[in-house]
Design a protein around this ligand. Structure first.
Ligand code: PMP
Length: 458
């Protein structure tokens, strides 16, 4: 579609261009090209307003673990809507779905997490993490211990503190971020940042040493927490080298720095265990989660904290008369009921075992792409993975960013009937609904390859 049609017409696409601001979209290109309007969804497929079918290869935004149209989740929402369509959790108010969901989360949580706070999105959960860390260290009489260390290429969301912890320049540039007290250490991407002759293990050791050097430079009495996605998602699906988190956590322990696991993508089966923390060997003091918590059918997120942190919060709230944080929709009963049903379905349908059973084919099809002329590296963990496109496989040289190669490949995949996502430069990611079958995995990779072949330089 061209711009005169879009600016003059009365189609849904024209009305979109005239009325909507789109996230993570080139706003000027969008005015000319318009939207892809998705009308319906079923299983791993979505359909546009012309009836064209697409495999949703990214589960929306890494989130619709049960695919589209899962009747059990729809029914859970309707039942709760009839019973009690809204209530809140301020001033000691509570609802059954919120209580049951908190219990269920604690039952499946890794390590010794003991209390749950609800939010509505990953960003809100991570902003809450920052505030809880500060509140907790105030309760301990450590008012200087406030800095939070994240990593370059991390993604923790877009609200002011969460975007600050995100380590991707486009989320900072011209938004006047990061805020103070948020720092970034090195990204554990061996292919890009490993030195000549350095083994993966030595690289992991260096990552921990660089973290320690940062803590010492800043002063351990000023550093409160370290936050990490077990596998970095939007930064390019970066799987850290073996032993990385063990080495990092040894440094954190030494300097009394809390470990925060951002499980917003990795939680709920994605990496082949219930939590990415289990797959990557993390023992979190705080955990944030969202997305697949409700299979994304309704917005809900959670922050889980250790008993020690909760006791600090209790102490501090006594001082102030109340714990003065919370959202109108914290623990909203309808999303909570859908999330509870999602977690029950994960057990009833053995979803983690299903992921373990099909992940080898997903990995095999991904690894086969290593021979493709455009692919420099393949990275995969459970049912999430990406290829990094390079201009020269031997030197690992990237393409000129102005070519937008990954974005063009993703467009070609879309033409072929697959929705994939270009992330953080020339990486193309797949993170399909967990319910995907082996035949569908094969079909998805055939379309993925078709897209890559379409942008091969002549
Ligand atoms: N953390 C991680 C690891 C994420 O991937 C995301 C979203 N992609 C967020 C936080 C932010 O979540 P939301 O978009 O729900 O605010």
């Amino acid at each position: 579609m061209n711009s005169p049609t879009l600016s003059q017409g009365n189609s849904l696409a024209s009305r979109d261009v005239k009325s909507l601001i789109h996230s993570y979209t080139n706003l000027s290109a969008h005015e000319k090209e318009g939207p892809l309007i998705i009308e319906t969804g079923k299983g791993i497929y979505v359909y546009d307003d012309n009836g064209k079918e697409y495999i949703e290869g990214l589960a929306g935004l890494w989130c619709t673990s049960f695919g589209f149209g899962e009747q059990e989740l729809i029914d859970a929402a309707i039942r709760q809507m009839h019973k009690l369509p809204y209530y809140h959790s301020f001033a000691s108010k509570s609802t059954e779905p919120g209580i049951l969901l908190a219990e269920k989360l604690l039952e499946i949580a890794p390590g010794n997490l003991s209390k749950v706070f609800f939010a509505n999105s990953g960003s809100e959960a991570n902003d809450t993490v920052v505030k809880l860390v500060w509140y907790y260290n105030n309760s301990r009489g450590l008012p200087k211990k406030k800095k939070i260390i994240s990593r370059q290429k991390a993604y923790h969301g877009v609200t002011v503190a969460a975007a600050s912890m995100t380590g991707l320049p486009p989320l900072h540039n011209d938004f006047d971020l990061p805020i103070q007290n948020i720092l970034h250490t090195s990204c554990p991407h061996y292919y890009r940042f490993g030195k000549d002759g350095e083994s993966e293990e030595d690289f992991a050791t260096r990552m921990a040493t660089e973290l320690e050097e940062l803590i010492l430079r800043e002063g351990p009495d000023t550093v409160a927490a370290f936050i990490a996605e077990p596998v970095m998602g939007a930064g390019g699906v970066i799987v850290p080298p073996k032993g990385y988190f063990q080495k990092i956590q040894a440094v954190l322990k030494k300097y009394d720095v809390l470990m925060v696991a951002d499980e917003v993508i990795c939680g709920f089966g994605r990496t082949g265990n219930m939590w990415g923390s289990e797959t990557l060997g993390i023992q979190p003091d705080i955990l944030s989660c969202a997305k697949a918590l409700s299979s994304a059918y309704l917005p809900i997120a959670a922050v889980l904290v250790s008993e020690d942190i909760f006791r600090g919060m209790v102490k501090q709230s006594e001082k102030h008369g109340a714990f003065a944080h919370g959202y109108t929709y914290s623990g909203h009963p309808v999303p909570a009921a859908v999330a509870l049903r999602t977690l029950e379905l994960m057990e009833e349908r053995n979803m983690v075992e299903h992921v373990q059973a099909i992940a080898p084919l997903f990995e095999k099809r991904f690894q086969a792409l290593a021979d493709h002329p455009l692919v420099g590296e393949v990275r995969v963990c459970g049912l999430v993975g990406a290829v990094e496109l390079v201009a020269d496989k031997a030197t690992r040289q990237s393409f000129d960013p102005s070519l937008g190669l990954a974005a063009n490949a993703v467009k070609a995949m879309q033409d072929a009937g697959l929705i994939a996502r270009a992330v953080a430069g020339d990486n193309v990611a797949l993170c399909p609904p967990l319910i995907i079958t082996e035949d569908q995995i094969n079909d998805m990779f055939d379309k993925f390859e078709q897209g890559l072949n379409a942008v091969l330089p002549l």
